[in-house]
Design a protein around this ligand. Structure first.
Ligand code: HEC
Ligand code: HEC
Length: 299
């Protein structure tokens, strides 16, 4: 707030408060031009007559009390423009104090979890409850609340891993994120070779394919694809190249989808969480994810 608006607020607030006080003082004895013998003013509304009585005392004191309260409040708390108030209270400080209190309360627990190895941590129901809550808040939007994923977002419950399923690999994935890089083969190979290699890829998981095309596709695969997917097509968890010999597909296993994956390439991105959540929470998340394929299913 710049100083003009600050002064504006101060003037308005004080004008109102002192205005009320002035009105109270000014109206306490109104000399009336005319008072009847029975002490009424002559005003008569539907049979209700107005007496010329002073305000009740208790009402007056309540009014005075409100004015004093307002002034005391403005001395103690921020309210008059930029003036902070002598107590030094602020919503930011209150928030920080709340955060510090939470840290003091839950910090030691998180630290203890952090020091526990993941295979042990998954046996701790409290750690798993917190892990699940973190998952629902941060991960479910992409991986689903049951962690079973969706097209382009891997299923985390099946013990089939793009980047490896050891506790360490899972933790690395969540801490630093992952960026997949499946090249765009359309301009390099052309439609015919892509149709061949797609048939070969599908044959790797035992699908019925055009055998002639698949045989030609094998050549294409050996020349272009094995650097990442391996000579046997089983993939490489160092770079997240999927295993093409199983029936689990990240993007779909129909011939047309596989052709599309190869033609246009795929660049799945898993965000990094270290800065957003901190290493301790990521540790709990890694344990929760690990537990999903190691005997603990989400409720
Ligand atoms: C530079 C490494 C690299 C090369 C070379 C490569 N791929 Fe890939 N491929 C990947 C990665 C990484 C993914 C995963 C993409 C993702 O997760 O978004 C992938 C994904 C795929 C998929 C999708 C799998 C699924 O589960 O949906 C298919 C199909 C595929 N590749 C086939 C091929 C074929 C055929 C070739 C050769 C013409 C090839 N790839 C060459 C790295 C590579
Ligand atoms: C914006 C969407 C998005 C969010 C949010 C997200 N992920 Fe992912 N995650 C992905 C994608 C996409 C991949 C696959 C990357 C690829 O194609 O290579 C992935 C991959 C992973 C993997 C690797 C799976 C494997 O097979 O190796 C793990 C583990 C994982 N995510 C856990 C999490 C956790 C835990 C959270 C929450 C903290 C989270 N993800 C939040 C999109 C997301």
């Amino acid at each position: 707030m710049n100083s003009f608006w600050s002064v504006w607020v101060i003037v308005l607030s004080l004008f109102n408060i002192f205005g009320c006080a002035f009105l109270l003082w000014w109206t306490r004895k109104m000399p009336l031009s005319h008072v009847d013998a029975d002490n009424t003013t002559g005003h008569d509304y539907d049979g209700i007559k107005e007496f010329n009585n002073p305000l009740p005392r208790w009402w007056m004191w309540m009014f005075v009390g409100t004015i004093l309260f307002a002034l005391a409040y403005l001395v103690l708390f921020p309210g008059l423009g930029n003036i902070p108030g002598i107590l030094g209270w602020s919503s930011a400080k209150e928030h920080d104090a709340g955060v510090a209190e939470m840290r003091a309360k839950y910090g030691p627990m998180y630290t203890a979890f952090y020091k526990t190895a993941i295979p042990d941590l998954i046996k701790d129901p409290q750690a798993m409850r917190i892990g699940q809550r973190l998952f629902l808040n941060n991960c479910a939007a992409c991986h689903g609340s049951d962690a079973r994923g969706a097209r382009g977002f891997p299923n985390l419950t099946d013990n089939d891993w793009l980047y490896g399923g050891t506790p360490e690999r899972i933790e690395q994935t969540i801490l630093y994120g992952r960026q997949a890089a499946m090249p765009t083969w359309g301009p390099i190979l052309g439609d015919e070779k892509i149709r061949q290699v797609a048939n070969y890829v599908l044959s790797l998981s035992g699908r019925n394919v055009d055998n002639d095309l698949a045989a030609q596709g094998k050549q294409v695969f050996m020349t272009n694809c094995i650097a990442c997917h391996g000579p046997d097509g089983k993939g490489n968890t160092m770079i997240g190249a999927p295993n093409l010999t199983d029936t689990i597909w990240l993007y779909g296993g129909s011939l047309s989808t596989v052709i599309h994956s190869i033609t246009a390439g795929r660049q799945g991105k898993m965000p990094a969480w270290k800065d957003r959540l901190g290493a301790e929470k990521v540790h709990l998340l890694a344990a929760y994810v690990y537990s999903l394929s190691h005997g603990n299913s989400p409720e």
